[in-house]
Design a protein around this ligand. Structure first.
Ligand SMILES: [Zn+2]
Length: 285
């Protein structure tokens, strides 16, 4: 495990089985998100859990692109969203009614949406409905329904650190797996993990504690970090799509256009000459 980053993703597998796993710890990247938003406690915890889940899924990005995990919810917390890319960069937000705080963070109805957007190629989106439970259960349901993969997720967050553990049963042709009751046995071992252990112990210690009697193979850890993909050219592109007249009336009203990135709170200001520059066809030299 690296000493330089406290945000890591560790893959592992079990010999002679079709089971693989991942474990992640997020500290700096999670705190960067909290530093930019004053989330009420339960929302902060849910954002941490969703970020940790997204970090686990980042390992499945084998190409340049973005993976977004979204929970659309029925209460006054309407959206939890976390994103990652092939570099393990993470960002996250919650949308909620600030006057109501976290009083209604509800998972009894809604949708879990996973979107994968390669820089080159076809966008993929999978959706499952949420009918109670928690984020981990919604993810297990997603992998059962959409991917036909048996999965178990354990997510933990204490408002300072977020961590997650996942086991997944890969599709393997019959006959290639010699240890056929491994899934039940390993799942049971993993289910003995306590939240404080998952949050407080490093990956190697957790894996040893849970699986020391199993033939476990641990791969090199990768590092994760906070990063926002917003930029002035991207904001300019979005503004351009709103059209000249709309932008012009915004300038008339406020003298400038001030856009704040929802994820990182970075502010981007466009004055009248900069808006004119977005439409070179209107100002031929
Ligand atoms: Zn941003």
């Amino acid at each position: 495990m690296s000493n330089t980053s406290r945000d890591t993703l560790q893959r592992f597998s079990f010999d002679n089985t079709d089971i693989r796993g991942e474990i992640t710890h997020l500290q700096d990247s999670y705190r960067e998100v909290l530093r930019r938003h004053q989330y009420p406690p339960r929302i902060a915890v849910a954002v941490g859990e969703l970020m940790a889940a997204t970090a686990l899924l980042s390992a499945s990005l084998k190409f340049a692109g973005r993976l977004t995990l979204q929970m659309r919810l029925p209460g006054n917390v309407t959206l939890l969203q976390a994103e990652t890319n092939e570099k393990g960069q993470l960002r996250a937000i919650a949308r909620y009614d600030e006057s109501a705080g976290d009083s209604e963070l509800r998972f009894d109805d809604g949708q879990l949406v996973i979107t994968i957007e390669p820089e080159q190629g076809q966008r993929y989106q999978g959706i499952v409905s949420i009918n109670g439970g928690n984020i981990a259960q919604a993810l297990e349901e997603y992998f059962t329904q959409s991917e036909q993969l048996g999965s178990h997720f354990w997510l933990a967050c204490d408002g300072q650190t977020a961590a997650a553990l996942m086991l997944q049963k890969m599709p393997t042709p019959a006959g290639q797996v010699t240890d056929t009751d491994a899934w039940d046995r390993v799942s049971h071992l993993a289910s003995t993990i306590r939240n404080d252990e998952l949050l407080g112990l490093d990956a190697a210690t957790v894996l040893h504690r849970l699986f020391h009697e199993e033939q476990t193979r641990i791969y090199p850890a990768s590092e994760l970090s906070f990063f926002c993909t917003c930029s002035k050219p991207r904001i300019a592109n979005a503004l351009h799509q709103m059209g000249y007249d709309e932008l012009n009336s915004m300038i008339e009203e406020n003298g400038k256009i001030d856009i704040t990135c929802e994820f990182c709170q970075q502010s981007y200001v466009f004055d009248r000459p900069q808006v004119e520059e977005l439409f070179p066809e209107r100002n031929p030299h």
